[in-house]
Design a protein around this ligand. Structure first.
Ligand code: WT7
Length: 564
């Protein structure tokens, strides 16, 4: 019989149960960790890099990069100097406080340097996922009329400048090919290794991430420098980061997990951070875990399921003995996967819950607490959650309703760019409760059990996909008349994108057309948004009054097809 509760592993952890139990914790207690507590001078880049150099950790490895071709390391001093040189280039070309600087680069230390250089001059950085195609890139930069972009010539093929008129300069990490292109690496070499940091207020803009909902185009979620309070503290308590850890978060900074827990949280905690360039492969990932001697590892259920599927023989070929703490985020972590980790790696996998808008983890399985497989854990100290009914009233244990977070916490989004109504929509029952859009129930111990979304958002491999964006793209294809897109349950990816379409006159459906339509979406938006399945219907279910496609009906149809 498998255990229904997994007890904490013996060990000494940063968080102690007494602190959780006496509930005396205040976020303000964390302020004194930061240099601004004394100096009043705030900047995320400073707290992540410079202060460690000033604390005597300049020679410690900050970043260690692995790819098939290359291995690179940066000490905190080297990182600081390079960031400063890049920041000087940005300044010289007019980048200033409050400007948007987009970063479109692969998983590589240069992406980190670019982000910090932008932050250091007070700009708001917008990291873009490396697999975005031209329209995904264009929509995001256009939405906030971004003036600056840091990228390379290969990625530039997906940047259609004529359609992004706000772009003033493009900083390229390789060569420059046009008048408005600036070879940032080359110019940085000529710059001073020191820079005047642009000091900001805690509430000033830090970064922007575009995120999908069930309606409309992705929305720009802006976060502030104050996020560091919660990002540092969750790095300490939830990730349990300690000075000698080697930490690897597998997400690209184009996703909020990659920025918050791949860049900010580990560096705020001054630990050695691993960057793996390239795509997922079980062999490559185990190799990184072994070679880098990763001790703390933050990844996602789909990746764990893929590793599990590769079997223990492969896993046994690697020395993973340095691993001591594993975490997961982004999609439901099935008990099966937790047992896989427990049995094959001898470690618990700690689920965590948060979202782009929340800026940091809010619910988690803390290392010192029992895990109930199937639950995402409990609210971390300083956070209160509830489950509310349709009227905003609290529900008792075991009743499913809207997952709600007591407003506010340090890392909550600052605003939704140019969309105050959207911001307000997270507070349908008033200012007291932030409503996530997730359905959940609590048990009698306050453990949270995720039950799905209350809207049509799709979650495939932990990536958030808005059906509207995919539908809009589908109907641009000449063969597609109408489209309705849903998430179809999938063993490995959680959900896959499935499109129901009606065909235009004169078209008949076959494998080639299906592939053509799929590639059409993939080529314009991004691979993860392209429907893996397309089904043709004579007619799509619609609401009688407005004629909107009823995705719920399509979902019902799909689950009926699966169970029948
Ligand atoms: C949505 C947020 C910032 C984390 C990465 C995704 C789903 C997140 C879990 C979890 C089940 C989860 C929710 C949430 N989600 N974590 N542990 N178990 N579902 O951020 O792209 O903003 O998506 O991801 O539905 O609302 P995101």
């Amino acid at each position: 019989m498998r255990k229904t509760v997994l007890d904490p592993q013996p060990g000494s952890y940063n968080i102690q149960n007494e602190w959780i139990e006496d509930e005396a914790f205040e976020w303000e207690d964390v302020h004194r960790h930061f240099s601004w507590y004394e100096t009043g001078k705030v900047n995320m880049a400073y707290e992540c890099v410079d202060r460690h150099v000033e604390d005597g950790k300049g020679d410690k490895i900050a970043l260690t990069y692995f790819s098939d071709e290359e291995r690179l390391t940066y000490t905190f001093s080297e990182l600081q100097q390079e960031i400063n040189q890049w920041a000087n280039v940005l300044k010289r070309h007019g980048v200033k406080k409050g400007d948007f600087v987009f970063v479109f680069l692969p998983k590589h230390p240069q992406g980190y340097i670019a982000m910090f250089a932008a932050i250091k001059v007070g700009a708001i950085v917008g990291p873009l996922f490396e697999a975005f195609m031209e329209e995904a890139v264009k929509d995001r930069i256009n939405d906030c009329e971004g003036q600056y972009l840091i990228t390379n010539q290969t990625f530039m093929e997906r940047v259609h400048q004529k359609e992004i008129p706000s772009l003033r300069y493009i900083f390229t990490t390789d060569e420059a090919k046009a008048d408005n292109e600036i070879p940032i690496v080359k110019e940085a070499e000529q710059e001073e290794v020191t820079v005047d940091v642009e000091w900001v207020d805690l509430d000033d803009g830090l970064n922007i991430h575009y995120t999908s909902g069930s309606t409309g185009k992705p929305k720009g979620i802006i976060h502030a420098h104050r996020n560091m309070i919660q990002q540092y503290q969750t790095g300490r308590w939830v990730l349990d980061l300690k000075d000698d850890d080697v930490y690897w978060c597998t997400a690209h900074p184009g996703w909020v997990t990659g920025t918050v827990y791949g860049v900010f949280a580990p560096l705020l905690n001054g630990v050695t951070t691993v960057i793996h360039g390239g795509r997922f492969s079980a062999e490559a990932w185990y190799d990184v875990l072994e070679t880098a001697q990763v001790s703390v590892w933050y990844s996602a259920p789909t990746a764990f399921r893929m590793l599990k599927a590769k079997g223990e023989d492969l896993q046994n070929r690697y020395d993973l003995s340095a691993l001591r703490h594993i975490l997961s985020v982004g999609e439901p972590l099935n008990p099966e996967v937790i047992y896989w980790g427990y049995e094959s790696l001898g470690l618990r996998i700690h689920d965590t819950w948060w979202m782009t808008e929340t800026g940091a983890q809010l619910i988690a399985n803390l290392p010192t607490r029992p895990i109930k497989p199937g639950s995402m854990g409990r609210p971390i100290p300083g956070i209160e959650v509830a489950v509310l009914d349709e009227d905003g009233e609290k529900l008792p244990p075991y009743e499913t309703g809207h997952l709600a977070i007591k407003h506010s916490w340090p890392s909550i989004m600052k605003e939704v760019w140019k969309n105050p109504e959207k911001y307000q929509s997270y507070f349908p029952y008033g200012e007291e409760w932030y409503i996530a859009g997730d359905l959940a129930y609590l048990d009698e111990d306050g453990y949270v059990f995720f039950q799905g979304r209350s809207d049509d958002m799709i979650n495939s491999s932990g990536e958030r996909i808005g059906p509207f964006e995919v539908e809009s793209k589908l109907i641009e294809h000449p063969a597609v008349q109408e489209a309705g897109v849903i998430g179809k349950p999938d063993q490995v990816r959680g959900e896959i994108v499935k499109a129901f379409i009606t065909l235009g006159d004169g078209y008949s459906f076959n494998d080639e057309l299906q592939e053509e339509i799929r590639l059409f979406v993939k080529g314009k938006l991004a691979a993860h948004a392209a429907p893996r399945e397309i089904e043709v219907l004579d007619e799509l279910p619609k609401t009688q009054i407005s004629g909107k496609v009823l995705r719920r009906e399509l979902k019902k149809r799909e689950s009926a097809a699966i169970t029948s």
